[in-house]
Design a protein around this ligand. Structure first.
Ligand code: HEM
Length: 555
């Protein structure tokens, strides 16, 4: 010790400084590069070692969570861990455990796209939506406020708008069919679901379906661009400022400041897109308030139609008119009786639009994809629809079409738009059987890989709707009915609030389209790889799904 300190004393000042700097860098490199504390805490959970500093983030960004979680699941089993830059992630790749986690953990982590660099009001707005909030009290009040939009009576009303949306789409398909022209059905469904959700959330006619024919209003096009851009700029890849913070979290404040001062394309687009959506919502909130203050009746202001239709149960249910979602939000209250602020109300409408449009469009496009790939299943669906005979559908028709339901459910098994569920124990460690997951760890449920696991679904890679039709011989042999093995809408208190809406919309659309058309899949999309399946927080095709509609009378 003495001789060491004597040796150090003999060094010139600059050498001492260089030595101190080298040791500090080595220490920082070790701590940030290898995350020894986290590795120790999670030592009992297997997983890929990952690279220094970046961990396995480059693999996830390059191949998508759906590919990496499937691969790691096969290698490491039921529960595995990896590092996403500096962030530890535990993945629960087992149906029953995943269900437990989803039921017991009710807080989510933030995504690390450009939006994570927002500050002030932008940040507050971003974090106040029903999906993003982690304030348990507020979440409860907000979810209760949303629910009337999805009750049977409201869905009955919304279903009319859904029929109109599907008719407009059918007109576009009809022209393509006449010309024998392929089209991007994913994109078309995106326009249709945007119209339906826009009408339900804002009460405005977006008519984005006409956009491609140049008949659309500038506002509608801007809204579609904004919603698409928010999804497109969601990942770490979207901005040069997000990646460094993901790897070295101490850089985050610096990255926030730089992003603010010198925004790059990703940040600029993410902000512009939010500005467009927020601006539209703010205008509508203002207008709704103005109408209210002009003395609309209280009930009407709350968006509840009168007289209320009678629900099947015999109870009188209040229906929410399309477009009254904003009224509902404006008139919603926190548990202490305080009304929601404009920011909170707008943030819910923003969430409604974002959560409800791409997910439903992808579910629809993947169903058409699967049916076009398996023509014998398409024939079965067409026969069921023809035997039923209707051309306009309401929620009460849908339970009478079991094969339609099975096709949608099976397509969502193979291609769940919500590719993984996200959770994070924020305030205390989470105990799952004999595993301790320290607070601050991201916890993911890999819906895609669980739903394609042979353990739960024999012939898991095949599209077999029969596994969902009660009484079918295949149902018994091809579906083990393990709880948690199908979780396309999630589970627990954070389960998808819009699932009934989405299912009614998707089934009505499919029923109407397959009454009039069949679809031929364009070549070169036969496998997931060829189709360019990609995932970040949602699962979708890279460019789209290309099909040629065929008018059924001409088949
Ligand atoms: C096929 C279409 C849809 C799919 C596959 C889907 C899927 C999901 C999934 C997986 C979650 C997370 C659940 C969890 O973490 O346990 C979720 C949450 C959510 N979804 Fe959907 N969704 C769809 C349509 C919709 C629609 C139409 C709306 C609104 C109109 C909507 C609004 C929401 C909201 C607000 C949440 C957050 C709920 C909460 O945190 O309490 N979704 N959705």
């Amino acid at each position: 010790m003495d001789s060491d300190s004597t040796a150090l004393q003999g060094l010139p000042g600059w050498q001492l400084a260089a030595l101190a700097a080298t040791l500090s860098l080595a220490f920082i490199g070790l701590v940030y590069g290898y995350h020894p504390v986290w590795r120790y805490k999670l030592r009992k959970i297997p997983g890929p070692a990952g690279a220094w500093l970046t961990g396995s983030l480059p693999d996830v960004l390059a191949h998508g969570v759906h590919v990496m979680y499937t691969e790691w699941g096969k290698k490491y089993g039921k529960v595995f861990k990896y590092f996403s830059g500096a962030q530890p992630v535990v993945v629960i790749n087992d149906a029953e455990l995943a269900r437990l986690v989803s039921l017991r953990l009710s807080t989510r982590h933030e995504f690390r796209g450009p939006a994570s660099l927002f500050t002030g009001k932008e940040k507050e707005f971003n974090k106040s939506g029903l999906f993003s909030t982690n304030d348990k009290d507020f979440h409860r009040s907000a979810k209760n406020s949303w629910l009337p939009v999805f009750n049977s009576a409201s869905l009955e009303i919304s279903s009319k708008e859904m029929n109109v949306g599907a008719d407009r789409l059918a007109a576009i398909l009809s022209r393509a069919a006449q010309e024998g022209r392929e089209l991007n059905i994913w994109r078309q469904f995106g326009h249709m679901t945007m119209d339906v959700v826009g009408s339900a959330a804002f009460g405005v006619e977006l008519r984005t379906q006409e956009a491609e024919r140049g008949m659309n209003s500038e506002e509608a096009e801007k809204l579609v661009w904004a919603a698409q851009t928010i999804f497109a700029t969601g990942s770490e890849k979207s901005s040069i400022y997000t990646y460094p913070g993901a790897i070295l979290p101490v850089l985050n404040p610096l990255m926030k400041a730089l992003a603010h001062l010198f925004p790059d394309k990703g940040i600029t687009q993410a902000i512009q897109a939010r500005k467009v959506l927020r601006g539209t919502v703010a205008e509508l909130v203002k207008e709704t308030r103005r109408q209210e203050s002009e003395g609309g009746k209280k009930e009407a202001a709350a968006g509840l139609s009168q007289p209320a239709p009678t629900a099947a149960s015999g109870k009188r249910a209040r229906a929410v008119e399309p477009g009254s979602f904003l009224n509902l939000m404006i008139n919603s209250k926190h548990s202490n009786g305080e009304p929601f602020s404009d920011l909170l109300a707008s943030s819910q409408a923003f969430t409604f639009l974002l959560a409800g449009y791409e997910t439903t469009a992808s579910a629809l496009a993947f169903t058409v994809y699967c049916l076009a790939k398996y023509p014998e299943k398409m024939d079965k669906l067409v026969k069921e629809l023809d035997a039923y005979g209707a051309d306009t559908f309401g929620p009460s028709d849908l339970p009478k079409l079991p094969y339609l339901e099975a096709c949608l459910k099976e397509a969502m098994r193979l291609y769940p738009p919500g590719v993984f569920l996200i959770r994070e124990p924020l305030t205390e460690d989470f105990h799952l059987m004999d595993i301790t997951i320290p607070k601050g760890t991201w916890v993911h449920v890999p819906v895609f890989s669980i739903q394609r696991d042979e353990k739960y679904f024999p012939k898991a890679q095949e599209f077999v709707p029969e596994r969902w039709v009660e009484g079918c011989p295949e149902e018994k042999s091809l579906n083990r009915h393990v709880p948690g093995s199908w979780m396309a809408f999630g589970e627990g208190t954070r389960v998808c609030v819009g699932q009934r809406f989405a299912l009614v919309e998707a089934k009505i659309t499919l029923a109407k389209l397959f009454r009039r058309f069949t679809f031929k899949l364009s070549p070169g999309q036969e496998t997931d790889e060829a189709m360019g399946l990609r995932s970040f927080f949602t699962l979708g095709p890279a460019e789209g799904i290309f099909v040629t509609p065929v008018q059924r009378s001409e088949e």
